[in-house]
Design a protein around this ligand. Structure first.
Ligand code: AOF
Ligand code: ZN
Length: 381
């Protein structure tokens, strides 16, 4: 096997933690000796073993003189909030001969220090193997650990003429069940899903994971007047305590108390220039609560605000081969008057799902990846 195949295996192992590691990254590790994998591990969830330690402890024979492949720089810190001991100490103690990592850990407590500790102990470290894949796997973690803000992914199901609903607000269903299954996988992988009040009113959504196995995300609603009907799913189902409603400081105290008595979390934040909960304040509060990633599922006003304020990282558009005509537009006015000013997505990817096209792209990868983008030349501008 080649270096890349071992790192690919580490990435596959890392993905086993998908949906469960937040606010930690997904990490996998492989131990190789005499051209054979003799130990594998991954980080299952916060508080549990790190990938390197699990791989060491699972090894089927002595790991003295073996090499390790890990998609993230081994941690070297021992801060008060740290749940497990530093991996670098363990790697050194076990006499591992060489460590291959895909990227450094942008966590300011680690960020190159793990590499330095290993090298100072005489262990060579090779960085950059499958770096781009590793960065995309942990794109939410990389954004959050450097900014304290969640990674924001706008997801839209759209007609070919750019509508997300008819003029009577019907949107069931623009995309088919195969596309909706992908959305449920996204909900499983992301910490939270956000919608505006108009979408809640029109659809009474559940925003849970049903079409695939997985765990349910936090459900975030922007509702400046706390107008959500109390019999609606988000505030009356068994997951009500995973619903966070953002409102304004002027919201009705009785409505707030009624919702809170059901376990719903109600947060008041300052209003923006249109009198809606300010999105930057919302994202900061979600980050404070340890929510590292967010799928925005509508509606048009909410998409428009996230785009206008440049507060999104990634977009997924599911284009269905239908034409609605007059209806609700996916994105409203962005103040763009010349094509040169239009938003051009980066690193786009196109896939067909039955008769639909799934377009994915990023707003600004350098902003999302921060120090990693500056060190890694393979990202396109
Ligand atoms: C690694 N291997 O498998 C992971 C790492 O609270 P703790 O002890 O779990 O530490 C969390 C931090 O460790 C996290 O913020 C990130 O910097 C790093 N994650 N590092 O060497 C792993 N999950
Ligand atoms: Zn560690």
């Amino acid at each position: 096997m080649y270096h890349e195949e071992y790192m690919a295996r580490a990435l596959t192992l890392a993905e086993k933690g998908s949906g469960y590691t937040s606010p930690n990254p997904m990490v996998g590790a492989v131990i190789v000796k005499n051209g054979r994998i003799i130990g594998e591990g991954y980080h299952p969830r916060p508080g549990e073993k790190h990938a390197e330690v699990m791989a060491i402890e699972n090894a089927s024979e002595s790991i003295e003189g073996a090499e390790m492949y890990c998609n993230l720089e081994p941690c070297s810190h021992d801060t008060p909030e740290k749940r497990t001991p530093p991996c670098t100490l363990r790697v050194i103690r076990e006499n591992i001969k060489k460590v291959h990592i895909a990227t450094i850990d942008p966590n300011p407590h680690v960020s190159g220090h793990g590499v330095n500790v290993l090298q100072s102990a005489g262990i060579p470290v090779e960085t950059g193997l499958m770096a781009e894949e590793a960065m995309h796997l942990n794109e939410a973690y990389f954004k959050y650990i450097q900014t304290g803000l969640p990674f924001v992914h706008l997801k839209m199901a759209i007609s070919l003429d750019g509508r997300i609903a008819t003029s009577s607000s019907d949107s069931k269903w623009i995309s088919d069940s195969a596309a909706r299954k992908i959305v449920h996988e996204l909900r499983h992988r992301y910490d939270a899903v956000l919608v505006g009040f108009n979408t809640v009113k029109a659809d009474n959504p559940q925003l849970t994971v049903r079409l695939v196995d997985g765990r349910h995300p936090y459900r975030i609603v922007l509702d400046k007047n706390l107008s959500i009907p109390t019999h609606y799913s988000l505030v009356s189902d068994e997951f009500a305590e995973k619903t966070i409603i953002f409102t304004l400081p002027t919201a009705d105290k009785e409505k707030k108390a009624r919702l809170e008595s059901r376990g719903v979390i109600v947060e008041a934040v300052q209003g923006d220039h249109n009198g809606h909960p300010d999105l930057t304040a919302v994202l900061k509060e979600l980050g404070r609560r340890g929510i590292t990633s967010l799928v925005v599922e509508g509606g048009g006003r909410v998409y428009t605000e996230f785009i206008n304020q440049q507060l999104f990282d990634k977009v997924s558009m599911f284009f269905a081969p239908i034409i609605i005509g007059r209806g609700i537009e996916a994105v409203g006015d962005l103040g763009v008057t010349s094509i040169a000013d239009a938003i051009r997505l980066q690193n786009t990817n196109y896939q067909t799902i039955n008769d639909q096209i799934w377009v994915q792209g990023y707003r600004n990868l350098h902003e999302t990846f921060g120090i990693l983008a500056r060190e890694d030349a393979c990202l396109q501008d």
